[in-house]
Ligand binder design. Structure first.
Ligand code: NAD
Length: 367
């Protein structure tokens, strides 16, 4: 594999392609209410359905109020992993409202439902994220049908406009702040060794990892620190952009299986699995590891991620998240049966030992 970075100590990757998609980003405290109507106007939208989850309804209603006459209703039915029946109901709501676009307010679940609507109808989407999932910066959609999560890429689901308002994230509880932040880190980590990585992705990933890992301890100490919130959201933007520009690998596949088939919570699962997935892949992409060592300020990147989760008090084992020991082998078979692109060969035995280590929650194998 060629070098993913042109930075110090590494050779320049001189064979790559990079696509820039037309996404407008507005970043400002208070922007959810002050900037969303202007973004809708820029896109020429006049009847917007606001999509959110039940817990995010109050904020979504504030955005809906700001939209005034251009709001065609609030659909507060987003749930994790976008069950297909939820997508069906949301599309029916859009049609019943005669909407010409959607605004998704909330975490990856709300944005995921907005993307499902865009996928089926072609309507433009504005995203107002309230977590660090990064979904707003990707053309990736996900749908769960009969216990199996499918993902795909389609430019039509990429939000046309993203309104980043750090104030929306002030209410994120510390555990979700940390796990959602590590979800963002996972995007940067896998982008560094993706087959379609590039020097620009490498720069974004390094800056994203550095900014997020600096912000999270500050937020664990003081979740109302608006400056740290802004830095974490900036990092989420960078890490989400990395995910949007590259192909996901083993880590994301493991998390999709554990979430879609075994019902584990998304951000927490990313947090537990990431050190072990990176340890599994560590021998394969030395250049990616060099970038991560620099960004994390640590020689052993998988261990540094594992220690970060421990220091910040979030779960480190799949057992804590509710996975049964008897699920490890079938989950591994499922991952190995349809692997994503990965720098190291994915074998059922290899995934089984990765999952067993993540199930137990001890330190990852030394890189
Ligand atoms: P989420 O959207 O389900 O939110 C988690 C919980 O936090 C929910 O109960 C929600 O109501 C609550 N919440 C959200 N924002 C809050 C806030 N500011 N204050 C208090 N509570 C808040 O979880 P998530 O981790 O953001 O997203 C997970 C989903 O996103 C998964 O389905 C995942 O597959 C998807 N995702 C997709 C992509 C992509 O590119 N397509 C990328 C990342 C995640």
């Amino acid at each position: 594999m060629t070098s993913p970075s042109f930075q110090r100590f590494e050779s320049f990757q001189s064979d790559f392609s990079y696509e820039t998609r037309p996404v407008r980003v507005v970043f400002r405290p208070g922007a959810a209410v002050t900037a969303t109507p202007g973004e809708a106007a820029r896109l020429g939208l006049r009847r917007l359905l606001v999509v959110c989850g039940t817990r995010g309804e109050a904020v979504a209603r504030a955005v809906a109020d700001a939209l005034g006459d251009t709001c065609a209703g609030v659909h507060a039915e987003a749930r994790m992993h976008v069950p297909v029946e939820d997508a069906d109901r949301a599309v029916a709501a859009v049609r019943a409202a005669g909407a010409d676009g959607c605004v998704a307010v909330g975490g990856g679940s709300a944005i995921g439902l907005g993307k499902a609507i865009a996928l089926r109808t072609g309507l433009p989407l504005i995203a107002v994220p309230s977590t660090y999932s990064g979904s707003e910066m990707t053309p990736v959609w996900g749908l769960t049908d009969h216990g199996a999560k499918r993902t795909g890429r389609d430019p039509v689901v990429q939000p046309r406009s993203v309104v980043y308002d750090p104030r929306l994230t002030l209410s994120l509880p510390v555990p979700l702040t940390v796990t959602s932040g590590v979800n963002a880190l996972a995007h940067a980590v896998e982008a560094l060794y993706a087959p379609d990585t590039s020097p620009l992705v490498s720069v974004m990933a390094e800056e994203g990892v550095r900014a997020m890992t600096e912000a999270l301890p500050r937020l664990a100490a003081d979740p109302k620190d608006l400056d740290a919130r802004s830095r974490a959201l900036y990092a989420a933007w960078l890490c989400g952009s990395c995910l949007g520009s590259t192909t996901m690998g083993l880590h994301h596949k493991v998390c999709h299986v554990l979430g879609g088939t075994f019902g584990l919570p998304h951000a927490e699962t990313h947090t537990v699995v990431l050190p072990h997935a990176l340890a599994y892949n560590a021998p394969a992409p030395p250049q990616a590891l060099a970038v991560l060592r620099r960004a994390l300020g640590a020689d052993d990147a998988p261990r540094a991620l594992w220690e970060l989760a421990g220091r910040l008090g979030v779960p480190r084992s799949l057992a804590e998240l509710g996975l049964r020991e008897s699920d490890v082998a079938p989950a591994a078979d499922r991952v190995a049966g349809e692997p994503y692109a990965n720098p190291r060969e994915v074998t059922a035995e290899g995934v089984r030992s990765l999952l067993r280590a993540a199930y137990e929650g001890g330190p990852p194998a030394t890189a």
